[in-house]
Design a protein around this ligand. Sequence first.
Ligand code: SF4
Length: 488
Amino acid sequence: MSGLSLHLYARWRALAEAAPALREAEEAAPSERLLQRIWQHQRLRRDQLRTLDGQELVVLHPGFWNHEAGPDFRGAVLRFACRPPRSGDVEIDLHPAGWRGHGHDRNPAYRNVILHVVWDGGSGAGCALPTLALRSLLDSPLSELILSLGQEIDAPGLLAGRCSAPLRDLPEDTLREVLNQAALIRLQRKASELAARARQVGWEQSLWEGLFAALGYKQNVWPMRRVAELLPLLLARELKKRSGTFTLQARLLGVSGLLPTEPTRARASADHYLRRVWDHWWREREQFADFILPRGLWRFSGLRPANHPQRRLALAAHWLAAGHLPDELERWFGAPIPDHKLEMSLLEILQAGRDDFWSWHWTLRSARMGKTRPLLGAQRVADLAVNVVLPWFWMRAVAGKNDALQRTAEHRYFAWPKSEDNAVLRLARQRLLGGTNARALRTAAMQQGLLQIVRDFCAHSNALCENCRFPELVRGLNASLQGQDARG
Ligand code: SF4
């Protein structure tokens, strides 16, 4: 440890967050930007959504945030009053009157809007569209959401940021500690999201939803989360006795909408399995017909075969069929495990055994591989650990006021080896740490810390780092460390 104040990064973050947060808290309503983030992250009591005209609403996908002109979210998929799902855009305004006030009613770019999301219904003329008021539907108090929700990264270009020079001047142990403090904030944010969901559906279901969402990788978080939300239905008591691995694979693939429409068009080597899946699914299909996800929810472009959602669901079926994953995780968390064995020990639990089909095929349609491939690799285990498993245990320890377990979760979080690089991390390294020559991020927590800084600071600035306070804060820290050296 470099002797930094334990709360240094939290104070820095508060400087970036507090001014708008306080302004927002003083106002009667949050900013539109915050409403957009709440919608994007679905920080809502999702099973209680109802439009102002009384229609039950299920959000199958919140859509993709549109940062250009036009509606706020494109391509959402919504189900109104148990009718078939509809795809369309979502517009977010503070009040219903914003629809006409902003001229959306006369703008053809808003023709595909299927839902108007507002803060509260209030009075004043809105639009003829179904309207959802968020005020009474948040999953946490607004003040908590203000602190925990940041913007997603707006790709800020490839130039090194203004903070890269002062960060380069920081002693290595100080940089590590700043990153670790930021990582702790990230752990707490993820944990509070799991806890918010647990308040609605219980701890175990919130764990399943977190695991499924993480298996969705970047592109398919929402449909995977939706499949997880259906688990209580898919594993209802009368179905449990008919829920072996193959049965569950067929059920998950069927309800996800990921089965090809024409089974005979698969490759010959995959045909037998696919046919069995179809035969099985057709017997159950009617029972789940109202819940089948539209195939259009899924994103496949740029997806590595190993991350294909069909494969991820096949793995999840193994976990569910085994029936003891949460207990196994509890045992893993309670056991004394040396740091260098953490990853492998968790992989042993999460890695399914040999699967007659999926060990040999990437997807339902792909040719048989020359050698078997695991359903889950070590790199993805790191993501599951730092994004779901450890935040979940950490939050449960906090909720149970168990300091020892909280320390265990934190120890494992900070000891976890670094996870797979990705485009967001690469960009963050480029901007903050000067690209490839940057000192290596040796742990998953340091990677997480870097992502948190991007979220807290880059996301409030732009490609030119305008109005970002981070460089000045790092320079101030450097000056004070040098002052201490000079005095010492
Ligand atoms: S916006 Fe701030 S934190 Fe992000 S790269 Fe620029 S100076 Fe660094």
